[in-house]
Design a protein around this ligand. Sequence first.
Ligand code: E4P
Length: 237
Amino acid sequence: MQIYLDSADHREIERWTREGIVDGVTTNPSILFKDGVFDLEDGARALARLLGDRPLSVEVTSDDPARMLAQGRSLARLAPNVVVKIPVTNAQGESCLGVIHSLSREGIAVNTTAILSFNQAILAAKAGAAYVSIFAGRIADEGNDPSIVIRNVRNWLTEWEYTAKIIVGSIRAVIDIQAAALAGAHIITIPPQFLPKMVDHKYTRETVSQFNRDAARALEQMSEARAAAAASGSSQR
Ligand code: E4P
């Protein structure tokens, strides 16, 4: 399973890349703005450079399918690792599957976003999307269980041999991450503020403190034993 950061914050991306856990990054216009990007294309280029060959998802900003197609093509030209994010429908509920299909046929990697149901996910995969982004938090907001959607989509993709990968986004709490991992997500895109909570545990700290105390005592005892052995050696001579 891969981990992406749901972030445009360079410091966080660098920090967690150094820790060896970042396989890619997803953004949307709100994330870019929140993290201080004021020009979509410049911001995307800088992030793509930072990531090297890891994928960076960048979302189209138009609600009109024809414009999405044109913008998708131009976003894809920004850098070879840009993945174009297209919503499964626009705000009016019109299908964007045609846009996903056209871009995919042109060899552009598409991340279908705002997926809230099994049906949307399988249609996006059929249209050729490389990634289907299931929004766990928003599914749960409506009283549904995201784990069931994730598991069913994963089984369907496997059964019918689709290569689309599930990205689980819209993470609201650490528990969502483990639930998505166990339900069969290929990738989870995590807002960086959850990572310190995932890695830390108060009992781990206590355990390490105990090891440190024991190690200090053992080293002291070793040094005392060495001194005693040296002293007994010199008295025998
Ligand atoms: C990821 O691709 C999505 O843009 C993001 O996770 C959406 O999260 P939200 O539901 O918190 O807006």
